[in-house]
Design a protein around this ligand. Structure first.
Ligand SMILES: [Zn+2]
Length: 129
């Protein structure tokens, strides 16, 4: 269970913004994201390019996850995005938090292209939000 240990260490060393807030990352989801990152050629290319350019925004955490500005990069896979959004949609303290809150929560931990638009489309499908 080294992964869990690393994950916890990372959380406790993270910026306060990453720590607080009611969206907690599921370790199993994070692992799934990292595994998918490894198969995502686009993302790997971006990361290599960033390394070549010494771009400080990109970095790999002790869990092996590629991050941009401390946010985990989500591969362009529908099922992964769905899982992330489902998690934000039913966070611990709120049910149906609405579009702005979901976007804020997701943005705190994750990053992908067009995330704002895709989150809006996701939330639009929920009648309660
Ligand atoms: Zn909802």
């Amino acid at each position: 269970m080294d992964f869990i240990k690393d994950f916890n260490i990372q959380l406790s060393m993270g910026e306060e913004n990453t720590l607080l807030g009611n969206l907690s990352m599921e370790p199993s989801l994070l692992r799934q994201i990292i595994e998918t990152q490894e198969q995502d050629e686009e993302l790997q290319k971006c990361y290599l390019k960033a390394q070549e350019n010494n771009d400080p925004r990109w970095d790999v955490g002790s869990d092996g996850g590629i991050r941009c500005r401390n946010r985990i990069c989500i591969p362009n896979k529908l099922d992964i995005k769905q899982a992330v959004l489902n998690e934000a949609h039913r966070s611990k303290l709120t049910i149906h938090p609405g579009r702005t809150k979901i976007y804020q929560d997701v943005k705190r931990h994750y990053w992908w292209n067009n995330m704002k638009r895709e989150i809006a489309a996701y939330v639009a499908k929920c009648l309660t939000c």
